[in-house]
Design a protein around this ligand. Structure first.
Ligand code: ACO
Ligand code: LMR
Length: 267
């Protein structure tokens, strides 16, 4: 018989070979006709299933509220500086994206893993906070530079209202809010931040809403899928900052000397 050469790649999410492109088996015409939206496309291409409308709408809500947070944050700043150095769209956007990490916009995956593990172990929120302090570790998903209980983050309020009214079960979100109640007693800016609320809600989606098996849910939590929501959302804003700088023909940026402390080790 014919010996088939083993394929170099296996792909399970998208097929462009037939007459019509399909996302995880759903023809693109159906995606449009059934108005699955960007949330539905995320559901198909990232999670290989049609998630319910309330979950797809949540993805869209996250994209909307994370799209931008002003020119002062690390990502936008890098994109603007790069655009002003004369670079192209991709270089400028990538330079902004590269700032996403534990401190800025990329704390979702670790927050999800930590909240999930603490909840699964039955650790009281106070024990979780104590444990983190004893290890000298920051709690991922907690804290903000400018937002606090006295200057609340409306993005977090919107996300919280959505999850608590639409999720069939949200015990890990409850857990994260209980952690926030403890940390904000220590310092008013130690709020549950955007990364934290999205992370907790996604753990509930993966683990407590009967949409994924426990193994699938754990795999998605561990493989970096939750940070992807912030990355995708913020890309919208970074493109905006690139176009903004180009539109205004902003010149090369050079940081002022008087805002730098020069300290030579030799004098
Ligand atoms: N857990 C425990 N303690 C914290 C945390 C935290 N997550 N964040 C700050 N603190 C404490 C610090 O230990 C410090 O305590 P001290 O005064 O006793 O030394 C104090 O709060 C101030 O710490 P800073 O690092 O100066 O706080 P800052 O306001 O600059 O940091 C930041 C804000 C970077 C968000 C920080 O809270 C943090 O790293 N949080 C965890 C990571 C995270 O969630 N990042 C996503 C932020 S949201 C976003 O980017 C969309
Ligand atoms: C953001 O969305 O960029 C932030 O919450 C970070 C910030 O400091 O505003």
């Amino acid at each position: 018989g014919i010996i088939r050469k083993p394929a170099a790649f296996i792909s399970t999410i998208c097929d462009e070979r037939g007459q019509e492109l399909s996302y995880c088996g759903v023809p693109i015409s159906q995606v449009l006709e059934r108005q699955l939206g960007v949330g539905g496309v995320i559901s198909l291409l990232w999670f290989q299933r049609e998630l319910p409308e309330w979950a797809c709408k949540f993805f869209e809500l996250v994209l909307i509220v994370t799209a931008d947070h002003g020119p002062a944050v690390s990502g936008a700043h890098n994109t603007m500086v790069t655009a002003r150095a004369g670079k192209d769209l991709i270089s400028s956007v990538v330079s902004g994206l590269l700032t996403i990490g534990d401190r800025f916009g990329g704390a979702l995956d670790r927050a999800a893993a930590d909240f999930c593990a603490a909840y699964d172990r039955g650790l009281h929120p106070q024990e979780f906070v104590n444990d983190k302090r004893a290890r000298g570790e920051l709690i991922m998903g907690i804290g903000h530079r400018v937002k606090s209980i006295n200057n609340p983050d409306s993005r977090v309020r919107e996300l919280k209202a959505y999850v608590t009214s639409r999720w069939p079960a949200w015990p890990v979100t409850r857990y994260a809010l209980d952690v926030e109640a403890i940390t904000t007693r220590k310092k008013p800016n130690l709020i549950l931040n955007v990364d934290g609320i999205v992370a907790a809600a996604m753990v509930d989606l993966f683990r407590h809403c009967q949409l994924f098996t426990a193994e699938e849910g754990n795999n998605y939590i561990n493989m970096g899928s939750i940070n992807a929501l912030f990355v995708l959302g913020r890309t919208i804003g970074l493109v905006g900052h690139y176009l903004d700088q180009k539109r205004m023909k902003q010149p090369l940026y050079r940081h002022p000397w008087d805002d730098i402390t020069y300290m030579s080790p030799l004098n």
